[in-house]
Write a new protein. Structure first.
Length: 298
């Protein structure tokens, strides 16, 4: 029993779950600057919903990758290849699936509350989020475009804007800009994390961007998305769509430039690539946090 619980916990990939609260925090920061009153219960529920959504998609991904055979042929790294929980404890697979379904039930319950509170916009957000959770591993990874955009859409427009709507806020140009920056950063993160898995993913029929265009071209996409996020913040400031303190996010620009300049040369050096992937995670999380803080104190 204890080994199953440990396997389920590992399958949620706890070290990655910090991303969801940061995206929710950005949505809360957007809401703070609108003429609405925030309630503790609502804030707590959107945080819980974000965590359940992130844990749920990780659990479904682990379950599907185990049953597709991918887990048995992939080469695990700290940032890709899954947790390895189910290959080590195959008997825990049913518990992983049950827990994933339980997260969907929890998300649905929170969604019904906010649907009652805010109306039909929450239904659109909720159904879109559930679709991406269920469809990503099984179907969307067969399409280079959808595989690239789905993670960013889930954590950007759906989670950031969903938080804002759930708290009673209005989707305006500032909110759209913040969610678009999140989309670019998260899609870039998932894209670079696919690099070590190319051969294993190809063998089970996935068709993400590194498989279709090759790692050198995909590395340029990584650089474009990463630096494009900063370009979007700059445009938002220049046109008055983002507050002055949004410039805080530029504190991580040197790290982003370092990643963009070194990635292509690191493709054939596993140790160098792992270092870049590690710095990339830290850069993304720090950028989202700084952007959220900049929005909050505006």
């Amino acid at each position: 029993m204890s080994s199953s619980i440990a396997a389920v916990t590992r399958a949620t990939r706890p070290s990655f779950l910090i991303l969801a609260p940061l995206c929710v925090l950005l949505g809360i920061s957007l809401a703070v600057n609108q003429p609405i009153s925030l309630h503790g219960l609502d804030v707590a529920l959107v945080l819980i919903g974000g965590l359940l959504a992130h844990a749920g998609v990780n659990l479904l991904n682990e379950y599907d990758d185990f049953h597709s055979g991918l887990d048995h042929i992939t080469r695990r790294t700290p940032f890709s290849g899954g947790s390895g929980a189910l290959p080590e404890h195959p008997s825990a697979a049913p518990q992983v699936l049950i827990t994933a379904l339980a997260t969907l039930v929890g998300i649905a319950a929170i969604g019904v509350y906010f649907l009652w509170l805010r109306g039909w916009p929450m239904l659109i957000v909720g159904l879109s989020g559930v679709f991406l959770m269920v469809a990503y591993t099984r179907w969307l990874t067969r399409s280079p475009l959808w595989c690239l955009l789905a993670p960013g859409l889930g954590f950007g427009p759906i989670m950031v804007l969903g938080t804002l709507i759930a708290l009673g806020g209005r989707v305006d140009e500032t909110a759209l800009m913040g969610s678009a920056v999140t989309l670019m950063l998260v899609s870039e993160l998932l894209l670079i994390n696919q690099f070590p898995d190319v051969e294993a993913d190809r063998r089970i029929g996935r068709r993400h961007l590194p498989i279709v265009v090759g790692l050198p071209v995909a590395s340029r996409w990584v650089a474009g998305l990463l630096l494009g996020a900063y370009g979007l913040i700059a445009l938002g400031r220049l046109y008055g769509l983002l507050p002055m303190d949004a410039w805080l996010a530029f504190l991580t620009l040197p790290a982003a430039l370092w990643i963009a300049l070194r990635l292509l040369k690191a493709l054939k050096d596993e140790e160098a690539l792992q270092k870049i992937m590690s710095i990339n995670v830290a850069t993304l999380l720090s950028t989202l946090l700084l952007l959220a803080v900049g929005m909050w104190v505006a």
